[in-house]
Write a new protein. Structure first.
Length: 313
């Protein structure tokens, strides 16, 4: 399918954006990023690229042309996460229509889930990791409009699509971005190519689902095993955000497993040096090539880069 572009999108005037220079900026309104901890996210600029210049539309035109403008009241093409979900306003639940026909949803990559939403390695993982190779197609999960298409030091090449129901989906670590802010996409449209950019230790797609800037488990709406929707509609409840502000080890304990905390203590990493091979690295660290490949989601034929950080245990 072709990706259409709507060139006259609203860009809210500068004071209405969430930037640290803005007196209205509230750090509490931004959650952790999927690949960085809270301190790192606040200490660095969100993007290294300049924002896209978009024409300013009237409020009426914005509501008509921008998905869920009445929910967010802005169109921010700079910051990944905008707004803040109010848990108290979600009782008895917000209902989201997800699909009316089979073509309204497409699984974003042709691969298996390799890591779920939840506590991982001592920090919170805010999405699903889906296996792929560099250059594989990454598709829009639902129809919507591209809000973000930028490079981020943690997410790498990242795209955020806002959907008509108010949900936003995020696609990270891409090798290439094929869309720009303001592009209209249909479910299944190719928006980028799989990669290993940003804070990533092997080619994969990091996929998030958010509402008003807050992430919740994508498995609430998507079944990775069938690569389809759990249901055609979804009720968002306060419990879906119970992870916010809670330490990962506490979340792990709540779930009846402290695997994440234990794995952090036992984890060991190795930085690739000149002349290194997987065989040498495996012998040096008392492990196997297969184990290293599995931990880092790479293949035995993968090219190692100088300075690449590999998990060896």
């Amino acid at each position: 399918m072709l990706v259409a572009s709507f060139s006259g999108l609203a860009q809210i005037e500068e004071p209405a954006l969430f930037t640290e220079a803005d007196p209205e900026f509230d750090r509490g309104s931004l959650p952790h990023a999927g690949g960085a901890n809270e301190e790192e996210m606040y200490a660095q600029p969100l993007f290294n690229e300049k924002p896209t210049n978009l024409e300013l539309l009237s409020l009426r035109d914005s509501i008509m042309n921008i998905p869920a403008y009445n929910v967010y009241c802005n169109w921010d093409t700079r910051n990944l996460f905008i707004g803040k979900a109010d848990k108290s306003a979600m009782e008895p639940g917000l209902i989201f229509d997800l699909a009316h026909s089979e073509c309204d949803f497409v699984y974003p990559a042709n691969g298996d889930m390799t890591s779920p939403f939840g506590p991982r390695w001592g920090r919170m993982h805010y999405g699903l990791d889906i296996d792929l190779e560099v250059g594989d197609h990454v598709m829009a999960a639902f129809e919507g409009m591209v809000r973000i298409s930028q490079y981020h030091s943690s997410y790498g090449n990242v795209i955020v699509v806002r959907h008509n129901n108010g949900l936003e989906t995020l696609y990270a670590h891409l090798s290439q971005r094929k869309v720009a802010p303001g592009d209209h996409v249909e479910a299944g449209d190719i928006i980028g190519l799989g990669g290993n950019t940003g804070r990533s230790y092997g080619a994969h797609l990091h996929f998030e689902v958010r509402y008003l800037g807050q992430a919740f488990d994508p498995r609430e709406i998507i079944d990775p095993s069938s690569r389809g929707l759990v249901n055609t509609s979804f009720t968002l409840l306060p419990k879906h955000f119970d992870h916010i502000g809670v330490a990962p080890e506490v979340l792990a304990a709540r779930s009846g497993s402290n695997t994440a905390a234990k794995s952090t203590a036992k984890s060991k990493y190795y930085t690739v040096k000149k002349g290194d091979t997987l065989y040498c690295i495996a012998r040096r660290n008392g492990t196997s090539i297969n184990a290293i490949c599995k931990l880092n989601r790479i293949k035995q034929a993968s090219t190692l880069r100088l300075g690449q950080r590999l998990r060896v245990k």
